[in-house]
Write a protein that binds this ligand. Structure first.
Ligand SMILES: [Zn+2]
Ligand SMILES: [Zn+2]
Length: 124
């Protein structure tokens, strides 16, 4: 039971450190640097608990599979780097959602996903 708590803490720490959309493999990779005993099964179990507790949110982009991020973040968009495969948060929102739907439509939410190369991979 004590070990489970340490594993959960490690996963929470990974999300706080990385602060972006993470795949299971990334959570396992970063988490096992904190708690070496972490494995795929324990990551899945703890992610499930964090989802149920409302601390995490699951996001599915068809091209990327399932990724996770902290719930209750301020509205933001995502950028996928095709070279390093990281998904970063883009702060803010410049989308005028009322302007891109026909009259009479009511927009309740939107999700923007951009892809390309991050600054590191673009070599700047
Ligand atoms: Zn990159
Ligand atoms: Zn937006």
């Amino acid at each position: 039971m004590k070990r489970q708590t340490a594993q959960r803490r490690a996963i929470v720490q990974v999300f706080k450190q990385q602060d972006r959309l993470l795949a299971i493999s990334e959570i396992l990779d970063y988490g096992s640097r904190i708690v070496p005993s972490l494995n795929q099964a324990t990551v899945y179990r703890n992610l499930k608990q964090l989802l149920e507790a409302g601390w995490l949110k699951q996001i599915n982009y068809p091209s990327l599979g399932t990724r996770y991020e902290r719930a209750h973040k301020i509205h933001h968009h995502h950028f996928h780097c095709k070279a390093c495969n990281r998904v970063m948060d883009l702060p803010g929102c410049a989308l005028k959602q009322e302007q891109i739907v026909p009259d009479g439509f009511v927009v309740q939410s939107h999700d923007v996903f951009l892809s390309g190369l991050c600054d590191r991979c673009a070599g700047r």
